[in-house]
Ligand binder design. Structure first.
Ligand code: NOJ
Length: 534
């Protein structure tokens, strides 16, 4: 067991650096702020921190539009601050993962500026240029994830360039060997600075159909859905050949001082399960952790969740290690999706399923989405498509640390870049640390329990029952059987089982013996040692 890489047993904690802790008083979180708050991660008991992008950027997409992949944006600090952060994190036993954005750059990146300068530019082929269609319009029907066509005409040179996201985020041409080498050098740069792995952004977009064929219509499209969903992006993304550049990235990790695979790749992937598992690669040469986002969209019902887990488990290749995500900076927070009471059950689910969990900052506090008035919207996605609920600012608001003004996120005189939100301000870390039954306390207990348990950290999974709103599953490791019973409703429920309670989401019934039938209160989850009461 102990010879397994850390990321199989470990828990990844995602930090959105703008919103975690402001160390320099400008209302925006930064690396110094994060370093000063690393103790929270240690106290909580997570193994690694993944940082959303920290690189120089015009911030049109808040750092996912990069102008220099091997530097730190002054807003977040300096490379020296980054080195200090990594050193301190490592001293405390926390690994540091970076967001790698290989699919696109900022339109202000020197590469794109050069590529755009003329059709004869030496870097023209670093991006994706096409002539207009016969009618003068875009070369095909592909759409941008953020709304509108995925092609923008560059008038001076008379060609369109492709962007899966904003026009300010032109896609790189991964079929061009020099692009590939340049991006692999970026990896080497950060590996040399001690980075412990990467979350790879927009992975399914890396290669597009070389014949640029149209995407077909999506028969499931309904009015009110984001316009991107009107087409099935089968030609523009998730192609069969995408595993080849991924293998090249993986090779760099292997060759660059990581033969034992302690530095994982987490692939950002929104694809159906059957497509998702492809990203482990044949013989495991893909990414170690293709992000499993399916809990985010699955109806919050026992049968649906059981069916999802079963389907995922069954689809995994022999070498594939599972992983689970409940929330991130692109999706409404779990406590808003299922409500504060169910969010406790959701935490127990996330931290007791088989596989590596990713925990989004603030979810351990039960943070909720903060409504942002239209005139203060920052997210370009929401600005492009107002009123259909795609905005991502609500789940990106500042972390509340204590009862000080601005919840201790930034100094009293500063103005946080997004509002803290009254509800979230009441859920600050300091107050929850004092309360032994808080959401934060629950997370800490779950994490500690998981760490100590072979069954939970590495054991097998089997669904026991999934009816009447209660999901029961068994986790089994050497000499240990753990039952998890989750009441996914706000009415009392029961489960037929025996055991001794290890932990309730209400943190008030440890040690209780259960014989034959477990009574669950509304919105309660319980972890038990199976059979202990028999
Ligand atoms: C996925 C990231 O998570 C999201 O925040 C970003 O806008 C797009 N990729 C584009 O990089």
């Amino acid at each position: 067991m102990t010879s397994q890489p850390w990321w199989r047993r470990g828990v990844v904690y995602q930090v959105y650096p703008r919103s975690f802790a402001d160390g320099d008083g400008d209302g925006v979180g930064d690396l110094r702020g994060l370093r000063d708050r690393l103790e929270h991660l240690v106290w909580l008991g997570v193994d690694a921190v993944w940082l959303s992008p920290i690189y120089p950027s015009p911030m049109v997409d808040f750092g996912y539009d990069i102008t220099d992949h091997t530097a730190v944006d002054p807003l977040f600090g300096t490379l020296a601050d980054f080195d200090a952060l990594v050193a301190e994190a490592h001293r405390l036993g926390v690994r540091v993962l970076l967001d790698l954005i290989p699919n696109h750059t900022s339109s202000r990146h020197p590469w794109f500026v050069e590529a755009r300068a003329s059709r004869a530019s030496g870097k023209r082929d670093w991006y994706l240029w096409r002539d207009p269609a016969l009618d003068g319009g875009p070369p095909n029907n592909w759409r941008s994830v953020f709304g509108g066509p995925a092609w923008t005409l560059d008038e001076p040179t008379g060609q369109f360039y492709y962007h899966a996201y904003l026009p300010e985020q032109p896609d790189l041409n991964w079929r061009e060997p020099r692009v590939r080498e340049a991006m692999l050098d970026v990896l080497r740069f950060w590996l040399d600075r001690g980075v412990d792995g990467f979350r790879v952004d927009a992975l399914r977009h890396l290669l597009k159909d070389p014949e640029w064929r149209d995407n077909p219509p999506n028969p499931a499209f309904r009015p009110g859905m984001p316009p991107y969903d009107a087409l099935l992006p089968v030609r523009s993304a998730d192609g069969e050949d995408v595993l080849e550049p991924i293998a090249a990235i993986r090779r760099v990790l292997l060759e660059h001082g990581d033969p034992v695979e302690e530095r994982p790749l987490i692939g950002e992937l929104y694809v159906p399960i059957e497509r998702l598992v492809r990203y482990y690669g044949r013989d495991g040469r893909g990414v170690q952790l293709p992000s499993n986002m399916h809990l985010i969209a699955t109806p919050w019902e026992s049968e649906a969740i059981a069916a999802l887990v079963e389907r995922y488990e069954a689809a995994l290749p022999a070498h594939g290690w599972p992983n689970w995500v409940l929330g991130n900076h692109d999706r409404s927070r779990i406590a808003s999706r299922v409500g504060p009471a169910q969010a406790r059950v959701a935490a127990m689910l996330l931290l007791t399923l088989r596989g590596t969990p990713t925990l989004y900052y603030g979810d351990e506090l039960g943070m909720r989405d903060v409504p942002i008035p239209a005139e203060h919207v920052q997210d370009p996605y929401e600005r492009n498509l107002p009123g259909i609920g795609v905005g991502r600012d609500p789940e990106r608001t500042p972390m509340p640390w204590d009862a000080a003004p601005n919840a201790g996120f930034c100094p009293p005189g500063a103005c946080p870049w997004l509002p803290i939100g009254e509800d979230n301000a009441q859920r600050d870390v300091a107050a929850q640390r004092r309360d032994p039954r808080s959401m934060l306390a629950l997370h800490r207990r779950l994490l500690a329990m998981r760490r100590r348990s072979e069954a939970l950290a590495g054991g097998g999974y089997r669904t026991v029952a999934a009816g009447a709103g209660v999901l029961v599953y068994l986790r089994e490791g050497p000499g240990e059987q753990v039952l998890v019973a989750l009441n996914l409703t706000s009415a009392p429920g029961t489960a037929r089982l025996s055991g001794r309670v290890r932990l309730s989401t209400r943190l008030d019934r440890e040690g209780e013996r259960v014989v034959g039938e477990l009574r669950l209160r509304a919105d309660e989850g319980v972890v038990l040692e199976a059979g202990a009461a028999r």
